[in-house]
Design a protein around this ligand. Structure first.
Ligand SMILES: Nc1ncnc2c1ncn2[C@@H]1O[C@H](COP(=O)(O)OP(=O)(O)O)[C@@H](O)[C@H]1O
Ligand SMILES: [Mg+2]
Length: 260
């Protein structure tokens, strides 16, 4: 099976930070797998996903996405890939535009620069948009403005926009943490199901073990920038999970550091 993500000995510190956000991270994800990054706030999940999306520079180690190495010196937008889709926690939609317009925005990376500049969509783009709206159960919302929608509806739009991009890799950063528990389960089922139906690889982060367990085949536990465990979901152990969430102690003059 081909490899969708390959990370070897990755370390990264944000500018001005005392401690690295990622420390000696290594793992691989096979094409078609659904994997959850599980860990408490500050574990490094957002940093890792942003890095895989080509948005961070100056890291060390080796990272390959969909068979091509990422260059730690290459700034966005060049480092971003049109076949990698991203779903954000806070939806990141154009609030004053319609649902359809937002979903068509997902096609921008697939259009010629001129067409993207003019914002004109082809029949093919429209067909894809209609299909993903139906897949996400929001065909009837196509002409509604995003600022009139509920949180769950917004996240469906964000997923539809991501799918309109026809991604081979879907990265999602806590895609359901702004939703109530019932909605959260529905949306993660939609995301994982859509990835699977398309043969796409999905890597999503979560701070909730129960949700990670329900929707991922494999769980990578993160704590303080490091990989604490990497197991098939069926082998997730309650003690190992509790260990991720153990208190961190402030060290005078240094900041927060995990107790080891
Ligand atoms: N822009 C930034 N500048 C400085 N430090 C940051 C920045 N973003 C995140 N960090 C730090 O990097 C670490 C990892 O954060 P993050 O990746 O957001 O973790 P998570 O998503 O698991 O909550 C934390 O210690 C956080 O404070
Ligand atoms: Mg985060």
């Amino acid at each position: 099976m081909s490899t969708a993500i390959e990370i070897d000995d990755l370390s990264f510190a944000h500018t001005g930070a005392d401690l690295p956000a990622l420390e000696r991270v290594s793992f691989r994800v096979s094409a078609g797998e659904s994997v959850a990054l599980l860990g408490p706030s500050g574990a490094g999940k957002t940093t890792l996903l942003a890095l895989l999306d080509g948005r961070l520079q100056g890291w060390s180690g080796r990272v390959s996405v969909l068979g091509a190495p990422l260059d730690p010196d290459l700034p966005p937008p060049s480092a971003r890939r049109s076949d990698t889709g991203f779903v954000f926690q806070e939806f990141a939609l154009v609030e004053r535009s319609t649902v359809l317009r937002n979903v068509l925005n997902g096609r921008l990376g697939r259009m010629s620069p001129l067409r993207a500049l003019m914002g004109s969509s082809t029949k093919h783009d429209l067909e894809i948009a209609r299909t993903v709206l139906a897949d996400c159960g929001i065909s009837d919302l196509a002409e509604r403005r995003v600022d009139s929608l509920s949180g769950g509806q917004r996240q469906r739009v964000a997923i539809a926009r991501c799918l309109a991009q026809e991604p081979r890799l879907i990265l999602a950063d806590e895609p359901v943490s702004n939703l109530d528990p019932a909605r959260a389960g529905e949306i993660l089922a939609l995301l994982a199901g859509a990835a699977q139906a398309r043969g796409a690889t999905a890597l999503f982060s979560s701070h909730q073990p129960d949700l990670a367990r329900r929707f991922a085949q494999r769980i990578i536990g993160m704590r303080a920038g490091r990989i604490a465990f990497d197991v098939p979901t069926s082998e997730l152990n309650d003690d190992a999970t509790a260990e991720l969430y153990r208190e961190v102690e402030p060290i005078p003059g240094i900041g927060l550091r995990a107790v080891s």
